[in-house]
Design a protein around this ligand. Structure first.
Ligand SMILES: Cc1cc2nc3c(=O)[nH]c(=O)nc-3n(C[C@H](O)[C@H](O)[C@H](O)COP(=O)(O)OP(=O)(O)OC[C@H]3O[C@@H](n4cnc5c(N)ncnc54)[C@H](O)[C@@H]3O)c2cc1C
Length: 383
């Protein structure tokens, strides 16, 4: 009889593992939702940013991820990732910033590449099948029904999905230690009323301050919502946000000018046009100009606000609106060479379920593929 592998979670890591396991295994994927790969389909705004050229910059990894993963990412590096997708029938290529996408820039193509391979291998997929009971009697028994010799947890995190349960509960029941789950890669709600700016997308330099100390400074597009701000640059800074302290962001909308240059320019234009709306039309979208005019006491003050527009952070958007979670299964619970449980035989863990999170740019999906690759190596050796 073939050895049976049960994969709990049909997301990025679970599906990748099923594709990488030897055909000698009898593989089943159990997915709580009505289809597999839902997050992959939503990822990268439907384009699926699946890895990043900066992975080779090992010195940077500790900043990119919340742990030093060089040992793992050396085993599944960028080239290995490119080749793995090539083997699955998918060409991936980078944009000018080194973010890799499928050649078509459509996550559907990633889905289809996996789907073809799962069908070829005869992987059994159980959708609408949430696993919430696991017993062991000679083999693993899932939900009183499904039997397996090896169990792989690939349940992901609670980011985006609107679960009525928590994917970590099942591990807590088995006495695994889960590190505090926090939102990451998420927008900020603001104390200021920004409703009049809702819908605005604008490039700015974004500086995050905590207790008046600069924590991070990045440039990119900011998106205003009814009650806060978002966009990749804001989401990246949310990784550093500490909800226990007083934080704010300063947006610089005139990053090409020094404050003195801007003051001079505004004065010159205003002397000429004698109309502040017309003056600010030179730099800013109308809705933003009007927002700033309401706050500025005089021309110098307006120039200062354009370069230091302050938004005090009330909090972050909820789990449904974040891309990943911080925290998860404590890495101390696993053998980092195999991703096997240190406590229970024949149990493995992968993906975002673990206490690993990365910044925007394909790093989270890369970790999902890399951890699946390591589990596949561990299991394939047993055949
Ligand atoms: C909107 C959005 C955009 C993103 N864009 C990017 C991007 O462009 N690049 C990038 O690198 N990362 C991106 N991410 C993050 C990335 O998608 C995740 O980090 C990655 O999918 C994690 O893979 P995973 O296999 O660990 O978990 P998931 O892909 O989340 O899969 C876990 C699966 O397990 C299922 N499950 C959970 N518990 C159970 C249970 N008890 N029984 C059965 N099934 C269960 C869940 O339903 C889910 O389908 C994005 C995330 C979001 C939300």
């Amino acid at each position: 009889m073939k050895k049976r592998v049960a994969i709990i979670g049909g997301g990025a890591s679970g599906v990748m593992l099923a594709c990488l396991l030897k055909d000698e295994f009898d593989i089943s994927i159990f997915e709580a939702q009505n289809r597999i790969l839902k997050k992959v389909l939503a990822s990268g705004n439907g384009m699926c940013n699946l890895t990043n050229a900066r992975l080779s910059d090992i010195n940077n990894l500790n900043g990119i991820y919340n742990h030093d993963l060089s040992m793992i990412l050396n085993r599944f590096d960028l080239n290995k990732c490119i080749d793995t997708f090539k083997d699955l029938g998918l060409i991936i290529r980078p944009d000018s910033a080194g973010r890799y996408y499928p050649y078509s820039k459509r996550s559907n193509n990633v889905y289809d590449a996996f789907d073809y391979e799962l069908k070829r291998k005869g992987v059994k997929i159980y959708t609408d099948c949430r696993i919430d009971k696991i017993e062991y009697k000679d083999c693993f028994i899932l939900n009183n029904k499904y039997e397996a010799d090896y169990l792989v947890f690939a349940c992901g995190s609670i980011a985006l999905v609107n679960f009525d349960y928590n994917s970590y509960d099942i591990l807590k029941k088995m006495d695994y230690h889960i590190k505090d789950i926090k939102r990451s890669l998420v927008g900020f709600t603001t104390i200021e009323n920004v409703k009049s700016l809702s819908g605005l997308r604008i490039k700015a330099n974004v500086s995050l301050y905590e207790n008046n100390k600069l924590k991070e400074d990045n440039f990119g597009e900011v998106q205003f919502k009814d009650d806060g701000i978002s966009g990749i640059v804001v989401m990246e800074e949310s990784r550093l946000y500490n909800d226990k302290s007083k934080s704010y962001v300063l947006l610089d909308f005139a990053y090409d000018y020094s404050l003195e240059e801007l003051k001079e320019l505004i004065k010159k234009y205003n002397d000429k046009f004698k109309d502040l709306n017309k003056t600010l039309n030179a730099f800013l979208p109308k809705m933003l100009a009007q927002y700033i005019i309401k706050m500025g006491k005089n021309l110098d003050d307006i120039a200062y606000i354009i370069k230091n527009c302050r938004f005090n952070i009330k909090g972050t958007y909820d789990f449904k609106n974040c891309q990943v979670c911080r925290g998860g299964l404590d890495l101390a619970e696993i053998d980092l060479n195999t991703f096997a449980s240190l406590k229970n035989k024949n149990i493995y863990f992968m993906g975002e379920l673990l206490d690993v999170d990365g910044t925007c740019g394909g790093f989270n999906l890369h970790f999902a593929w890399a951890s699946a690759y390591i589990v596949s190596e561990s299991l394939n050796k047993l055949i």
